[in-house]
Design a binder for this molecule. Structure first.
Ligand SMILES: *Cc1c(COP(=O)(O)O)cnc(C)c1O
Length: 231
């Protein structure tokens, strides 16, 4: 993996995505690859860019702020890590999607920043579907109440749900978590919420993105299988 090179890694990840889409009779164009570039140097990201990668995901605002200006401005930036409210003031139009909306205080802070700058944020609600105490995210039971109030916040739109699988889970358990997130989405989608559209499912990382695609992911977040192990 480490010596393979980013071009070859990207080719393989895209092939694996294509196979998983075919296996589950899904349109491959309905699934987007996010290159999780946290801890990776600009040079690695530029290499991925040269081989066609435009969507990047970072988990720390500080790191994103440092790197984003070095890349071409047709890159699409996703924030996937726990977002501290005191970092929201650094966010601007160049953030395409925030995957980790997981609490009221963040919703309020994003809304205030959005009003100040004339931005409507595209967000995903993070769900701790594995009920893993080490992970952020609302419990599945908390999601309906959260969606109910989104309509009161004009600068925040919800486009779907996101989850991170449990660290110690078997692949059977992980598939079960992905399926539960999709079922939760399908159940909630049947209801009408103001400011909420649940078409996106952000789930799946290097070890399990094929399963996530089979279970309905529209955004997969892949780091190590593109860039190699983080130092
Ligand atoms: C690091 C990270 C990923 C990517 O994980 P890999 O195992 O490197 O593919 C995906 N999602 C989130 C939220 C992450 O923090």
């Amino acid at each position: 993996m480490t010596n393979k090179g980013i071009e070859q890694s990207l080719i393989e990840v895209r092939q694996r995505m294509g196979r998983a889409a075919a296996l589950s009779h899904r349109d491959p164009k309905s699934i987007r690859l996010l290159a999780v570039s946290k801890t990776q140097p600009i040079s690695a990201m530029e290499e991925a860019y040269r081989f066609g990668q435009r969507r990047f995901a970072e988990n720390r605002v500080q790191e994103w702020l440092e790197k984003a200006p070095s890349l071409k401005n047709d890159c699409e930036w996703h924030l996937v890590g726990r977002l501290q409210t005191n970092k929201v003031k650094y966010l601007d139009h160049s953030v395409a999607m925030i995957h980790s909306l997981d609490r009221f205080s963040l919703l309020e802070t994003l809304n205030a920043r959005g009003e100040q700058c004339g931005i409507i944020w595209t967000t995903l609600v993070q769900v701790n579907i594995a009920q893993d105490p080490a992970k952020a995210g609302l419990t599945p039971e908390e999601v309906p109440d959260f969606l109910r109030i989104i309509g009161n916040y004009s600068q925040v739109k919800v486009k779907g749900l996101m989850t991170i699988g449990a660290l110690e889970a078997s692949s059977v358990e992980t598939r079960g978590f992905f399926r539960q997130l999709r079922v939760l989405r399908d159940t909630l989608q049947a209801q009408k919420w103001s400011g909420v559209d649940l078409s996106e499912l952000s789930m799946g990382m290097s070890d399990d993105f094929e399963m996530a695609i089979e279970e309905g992911a529209t955004l997969v977040r892949v780091g190590r299988d593109i860039f190699g192990n983080r130092g």
